[in-house]
Design a protein around this ligand. Structure first.
Ligand SMILES: NC(=O)c1ccc[n+]([C@@H]2O[C@H](COP(=O)([O-])OP(=O)(O)OC[C@H]3O[C@@H](n4cnc5c(N)ncnc54)[C@H](O)[C@@H]3O)[C@@H](O)[C@H]2O)c1
Length: 334
């Protein structure tokens, strides 16, 4: 049976990596159809469709969904528009894969969770680091024998960022640390470092606290350093993992994972040789979403899985210095 996919938002990130991932998936299975793509900018939609194999293009997402009757919709619009577009898709009961952040605040994500439950719609948020081969290898090693995890440290370093709101990128570090820990957050503290000559929205942020499992978390975010890098360390008792996820430097084209036991390296993993859409996890997350929808399984991470990350993103944006305590209620910020 044909599996029809439609896409909304044909901008930068769609062209950089998602388009290639969709084409790879469609090429791997003749029953998958990239039916149509949509952007408010018709020229962009037309060019995107021609480049990545989407058969038709639209500038009106409602018209597209009316005519194409898709089995799944991919939402790649800018963060401020994501919740509104996603809610229109969910209300039609169409399985949805949406870029991060799946809302700008807790209210937006909670509204989406409510609609998804009401219309019983499978949904997945694109936290691509969870599907990077290197991160999956790290999780495998953790599951095979790092217990308890004492500590997860995650560092996101960027240079010359001019984003008006870097929190929508910081959320990747917040999610990746949680993913490595394999546990949701219990309590997190935030510390902001204001730099002379740097706008507050791009100042350094540290988040530190603990997970429900007891694992300690330290996240360091620096948008205005001298290079691009993303790395982590995970420490058990007598065992550690060191991961270089991105960089050092934007041109680096492979990540590296080291597995240490008793001060000796017992294993090294490199993602050298992977394509960009594969090593960044975009191929994997898209295939996982489609496969789950087609087999009737629940895709992951779902909207429901992203509440802590959204709440902490909000706290980073608002430069909240209070302890964010998730331990006692579902809607901590009400
Ligand atoms: N995972 C990552 O590492 C990563 C990196 C960059 C961006 N992103 C995410 O990808 C998403 C897109 O980012 P981008 O940089 O490509 O943004 P962009 O502004 O380049 O593209 C967004 C596109 O969506 C279109 N659009 C908006 N509302 C629409 C609507 N109602 N109907 C049709 N089209 C509509 C716009 O016209 C625009 O072309 C964002 O959610 C962002 O957070 C993720």
């Amino acid at each position: 049976m044909c599996f029809k996919i439609c896409l909304i938002g044909c901008g930068d990130f769609a062209s950089q990596v998602h388009g290639a991932a969709h084409l790879n998936y469609a090429n791997s299975d003749p029953s998958v159809e990239l039916s149509a793509c949509c952007d408010l900018n018709g020229e962009l939609a037309k060019a995107f469709g021609a480049r990545f194999g989407y058969r038709r293009y639209y500038t009106d997402m409602e018209a597209m969904m009316d005519r194409e009757l898709p089995d799944a919709v991919i939402v790649l619009v800018m963060p401020q528009a994501t919740a509104r577009v996603a809610s229109a898709v969910l209300r039609r009961g169409i399985p949805i894969f949406l870029e991060k952040p799946p809302g700008m605040n807790l209210k937006e994500i909670d509204d989406l969770i409510t609609i998804a439950a009401e219309y019983m719609v499978p949904n997945q948020v694109a936290f691509n680091r969870r599907y990077m081969p290197l991160m999956l290898r790290a999780r495998d090693i953790i599951e095979e024998g790092i217990y308890p995890i004492q500590q997860v440290n995650y560092s996101m370093i960027r240079y010359a960022r001019d984003d008006p709101d870097f929190s929508v990128t910081s959320i990747h570090a917040i999610d990746a640390a949680m993913f490595l820990a394999g546990s949701t957050y219990r309590k997190m503290n935030l510390h902001f470092e204001v730099l002379e000559g740097v706008e507050a929205s791009r100042s350094n942020v540290s988040l530190y606290g603990e997970c429900e499992s007891g694992t300690s978390i330290n996240i360091n975010i620096q948008p205005m350093a001298g290079y691009l890098s993303e790395s982590f360390s995970v420490h058990g008792v007598g065992v550690s993992l060191l991961g270089e996820v991105l960089g050092p430097g934007i041109k680096a084209n492979a990540g590296r994972l080291e597995h240490w036991v008793g001060d000796e390296i017992v294993g090294v993993y490199s993602d050298k040789g992977h394509t960009k859409s594969s090593r960044t996890g975009i191929d994997g997350e898209f295939a996982a979403f489609c496969d789950a929808v087609r087999s009737g399984a629940m895709p992951t991470p779902s909207l429901e899985d992203c509440r802590h990350q959204i709440r902490l993103m909000e706290a980073v944006r608002n430069r909240e210095c209070d302890v964010i305590d998730f331990s006692n209620s579902h809607t901590e910020t009400a």
